[in-house]
Design a protein around this ligand. Sequence first.
Ligand SMILES: [Zn+2]
Length: 214
Amino acid sequence: MGITKFEIVPILEKKYNVPVKIKNDGKCAGLAEKKYGELKRYDDCIFLCIGTGVGSAVFIDGDLVELKQAPGFEFGHMMIDKNGIKCNCGNIGCFETYASMKRLKKEAIKQFGLDEDINSEELQKYIRNNINEDKMRNFIDNYIKNLSIGIINIINIFEPEAICFGGSFSYYTDIFLPKLDKEVKENKFNKNTECKLICARHQNDAGIIGATLL
Ligand SMILES: [Zn+2]
């Protein structure tokens, strides 16, 4: 939004006369999955919210890793192609310019000549109806290949026991996760460790549920 410094907490506290806490949405969604959802049984695990961008929360030994200067773990802005697409952040080839659902939609509109105004449900239907066509298979394989580069980097660094996927990505997990799992198993550095790839339980409500845990 271009806002660099704005103290919203005292304004909200004054208006509603209740204590207010504030946290990054990806971290809140991760907290919900860790406490009540699919990450409950894992100590070292990562939550990735793949929607318009890529948000995240990292848990080590059961606790959310909290940094001093900023929320951190901006996996969406990890550069995976120095000759890649320009990102909103000003850099080139950021992971989210390949992995986000916004990008998937834009690319599908371009490659399949779809209506610019197609909504997420219609797009999901189109992809599912054409899932056995060669062109659609290539489209999905290419998306998964790019996605796997970022996911493998994350696994090689953190060696999590599980990565949980939320955001609108979760509507496609039955299609995407088996393919992603295969790519990850074949190409991650440490072949002796296991990282489960799982779908978020709370989907789009995770951020709100997680905020109640602050
Ligand atoms: Zn970026």
